[in-house]
Design a protein around this ligand. Structure first.
Ligand code: CTP
Length: 401
């Protein structure tokens, strides 16, 4: 699957570095050429000899090595590979990436590259949860850096929590999905919206809805799995970012629209977010106090319609725009009307009445409304709905090209 692909593996310093050896082996078994950079702290955990023996190449370690620079300068190291994988990605290296440091070979290469970068973070769970790390990661992901893991479980430091490096097989799966020409959506770009949006009333209160983001996140994962380069723009949800997807986190509809615009151009856009239809016009800058005048009245103003905006004809319109229709009655008819009103190509209609258990649940029963006759899919888990939709999207894009 990875025949002829060139991977630059950066091994930073963490106990999980031992798994990088297995990763090298698996990538090479998949047909990839693997070149490795071992950081100074990485050398504390695995030896250059082991890395070199497994990769079948010399190991790059020093930004200022005269021989390395003459043979394979750091700019070439940054530009040659099809993908750069950082495993383990430590909190320190991510912090240095965020601010654009170039104080060692790994950081300099990451700063100089224009190739996709996949991070496999590994660290103590408190380091992972620290606002500094969260913030650094959010910035990196907003720049399109990909991530896989970390997993949760027992850690080498004796604690338990989220922070274990993803297993090598999972990392290889993301690399393969991203790079393998076999992915039906390889070379395609996709944009997915997911989750609710929340609209502030004042600094502490907001209006929200019950969207879990499960369906939208599953669509993003399924598209990425077929090889698409996916940007996921998500409102606040209690879900991990899907592996191999560039996730951008927003709160409000206006922020979601801005992030979607920034992600264009794409081949396909799937709007699965439950965008709030209205926001507060008279939003307070300070917390509203209970005065003598009784409860405040909230003036609402319409939010931009992201799906309709992306569907608007014109240069740069995605080849395919897919919306979801959350309905509680007259599913097909309401969804048809919605498709015409918004100008999208397909609508995935789903029943979100409380009895359906769709909102927040793991299953969905949908009807795909396109130019053809409505296609009713059986009740499936949301991941299966997403996989089927991704295959249909791949069919449509292939037919269009
Ligand atoms: N949508 C959007 N931006 C909005 C509202 C909705 O992009 N401001 C998208 C949703 O992501 C979904 C589709 O439009 O793909 C339909 O959303 P839905 O909530 O079913 O419809 P509404 O437009 O909100 O219409 P109504 O509430 O009247 O059913």
């Amino acid at each position: 699957m990875l025949d002829g692909k060139r991977i630059l593996l950066i091994i930073a310093g963490g106990i999980a570095a031992y798994k990088a050896l297995d990763l090298i082996r698996r990538l090479r078994e998949g047909g990839a050429e693997v070149r490795c950079i071992l950081t100074r702290s990485g050398e504390q955990f695995v030896t250059p000899l082991a890395v070199s023996a497994l990769s079948g190449d010399k190991v790059y370690r020093d930004l200022f090595s005269l021989t390395d620079e003459a043979e394979m300068g750091h700019i070439r190291l940054a530009r040659d590979p099809d993908m750069i994988v950082v495993a383990p990605a430590t909190a320190d290296l991510m912090a240095r990436m965020r601010v654009g440091r170039s104080d060692d070979l790994a950081a300099a290469v990451l700063l100089a590259t224009d190739k996709p970068v996949l991070l496999a973070p590994a660290m103590n769970h408190r380091m992972w949860l620290h606002p500094a790390t969260r913030n650094n990661l959010a910035v990196l992901e907003s720049r399109g850096v990909l991530r896989v893991g970390p997993d949760s479980g027992d850690m080498a430091c004796g604690e338990h929590g989220v922070g274990r490096m993803a297993e090598p097989a999972a990392i290889v799966a993301v690399v393969t999905a991203r790079l393998a020409g076999s992915g039906r959506l390889a070379g395609r770009r996709a944009l997915v919206t997911s989750g609710p949006t929340i609209e502030a009333i004042d600094p502490v209160r907001f209006i929200a809805n019950r969207s879990s983001g499960k369906q939208g996140h599953a669509v993003a994962a399924a598209l990425a799995h077929l090889g698409a380069r996916v940007t996921l723009v998500s409102g606040p949800v209690d879900l991990d970012d899907p592996p191999g997807v560039a996730a951008i986190h927003v709160d409000s509809a206006e922020q979601m629209l801005a992030a979607c615009r920034a992600a264009l151009p794409v081949d396909v856009a799937v709007c699965a977010a439950a965008v709030a239809d209205w926001r507060i016009a008279n939003r307070a800058d300070q917390k509203i106090k209970k005065g003598d005048d009784g409860p405040p009245s909230l003036d609402l103003v319409a939010n931009p319609d992201i799906l309709a905006t992306l569907s608007r004809p014109g240069p740069g319109r995605p080849i395919l725009v897919v919306g979801f229709a959350a309905e509680t009655s007259d599913l097909i008819e309401n969804a048809r009307v919605k498709r015409d009103r918004k100008g999208c190509d397909w609508i995935v209609a789903n029943d979100v009445s409380p009895a359906s258990g769709t909102f927040g649940g793991d299953h969905n029963k949908v009807v795909l409304i396109s130019n053809d006759a409505p296609s009713e899919w059986p009740r499936m888990d949301k991941r299966a709905v997403a996989e089927r939709l991704a295959e249909r999207i791949a069919d449509a894009l292939e037919a269009a090209s």
